[in-house]
Ligand binder design. Structure first.
Ligand SMILES: NC(=O)c1ccc[n+]([C@@H]2O[C@H](COP(=O)([O-])OP(=O)(O)OC[C@H]3O[C@@H](n4cnc5c(N)ncnc54)[C@H](O)[C@@H]3O)[C@@H](O)[C@H]2O)c1
Length: 315
């Protein structure tokens, strides 16, 4: 099989691309290298893909590329490209979220109308649940996004569904819960904490550190994405989480232990859009996809620390 992988140069996309190649599939990786974080990091993400048999990189923006031509060359689609990040989704930056999360997804779905045999996996997020009071959160829980980012990803899910119902475009949605491990985006908390700790700089905590997150090891996300393409029911959504909560402050202590040093903690008010708690109900993914998350916080953090160390060495 040959897959279109949007967001191939990103954190999760680059891992998924490698897994597809490893099992003998071909990957057409599409990425426009948005400036949300440095290109040099995305190039490093791609190191395990570029030059490998079966991989082709198409540097292009989903909003501009000739999608008819692109879709004509593949047997399936993993749509991971997006403008991610909760905290940066306010104000005029919201335009990036409209462009990359809503308009690009609509453009892809519109093009897929002509390719009725193609199936697409859409990468969504726990942020669509937002202000929920149901923990663990099942897929059918009320969707009340708490951030503009979450609202644009929920709009993406809505677009997938209406193109499926009106035009038979086949899709499955995955809702990822805070993903971590090697290549985690530099705007994400663990990456920032590890970097600060290694550089002996202060760590900034927004709120009191009591936030609870369901952290998901990136290789578990990859396993879930491969499984959902083959076994997921069209039109359905599946949560992919680690399945248990970790307090932010406990994660920081683990980072200190693994780095062999600590750092000064600075406290700032909670950031708008951040929820206090997330926890995935993964029973649907476990039952229907055979999803069985294996990565512990320690394992993923060890790999992420090695990654951040290598980024610092490159500098
Ligand atoms: N990382 C997480 O914890 C997390 C959690 C929930 C959901 N998600 C979702 O998973 C997906 C991947 O996230 P990530 O953390 O790997 O992000 P990332 O920013 O590392 O990767 C996204 C990639 O998409 C590319 N891109 C953006 N807009 C594009 C466009 N219009 N055309 C072509 N390429 C474009 C970017 O250049 C980037 O390389 C996103 O859809 C995100 O919303 C991530």
């Amino acid at each position: 099989m040959r897959y279109l992988l949007t967001g191939a140069a990103g954190f999760i996309g680059s891992h998924l691309g490698e897994a597809l190649l490893d099992r003998g599939d071909q990957v057409l990786g599409l990425d426009c290298f948005t400036d949300f974080y440095p290109r040099r990091i995305k190039e490093k993400n791609l190191a395990g893909l570029k030059g490998k048999t079966g991989f082709e990189l198409l540097e292009a923006n989903l909003n501009q590329v000739n999608l008819r031509e692109v879709l004509g060359r593949v047997d399936g689609v993993f749509h991971l490209s997006a403008q991610a990040g909760v905290r940066t989704s306010w104000g005029t930056d919201f335009d990036h979220y409209l462009e990359h999360n809503i308009r690009a997804t609509q453009r892809l779905l519109e093009a897929m109308r002509e390719f009725s045999k193609l199936r697409m996996v859409f990468a969504s997020t726990s942020s669509v649940y937002g202000d929920t009071d149901q923990y663990p959160t099942p897929e059918e829980s009320l969707k009340r996004p708490f951030s503009p980012y979450g609202a644009t990803k929920l709009a993406g899910e809505g677009l997938c569904y209406l193109y499926y119902k009106n035009y038979g475009v086949h899709f499955v949605t995955l809702r990822f819960f805070t993903v971590f491990g090697a290549r985690q985006r530099p705007d994400m908390a663990f990456h920032k904490f590890i970097r600060a700790c290694l550089l002996s700089e202060p760590i900034t905590i927004y709120g009191d550190g009591s936030q609870l997150r369901d952290y998901t090891y990136v290789q578990d996300i990859v396993a879930g994405a491969l499984a959902v393409f083959d076994r997921g029911r069209t039109g359905e959504a599946y949560n992919l989480g680690g399945g248990h909560q970790t307090k932010l402050m406990d994660a920081i202590q683990t980072i200190f232990q693994l780095c062999g040093k600590s750092a000064e903690l600075k406290y700032e008010p909670r950031v708008k859009g951040d929820v206090q708690e997330t926890l995935a109900d993964t029973s649907k993914a476990r039952q229907e996809l055979g999803y069985a998350p294996k990565g512990s916080v320690e394992l993923g953090l060890k790999e992420e620390i090695a990654w951040v160390q290598s980024l610092l060495r490159d500098n």
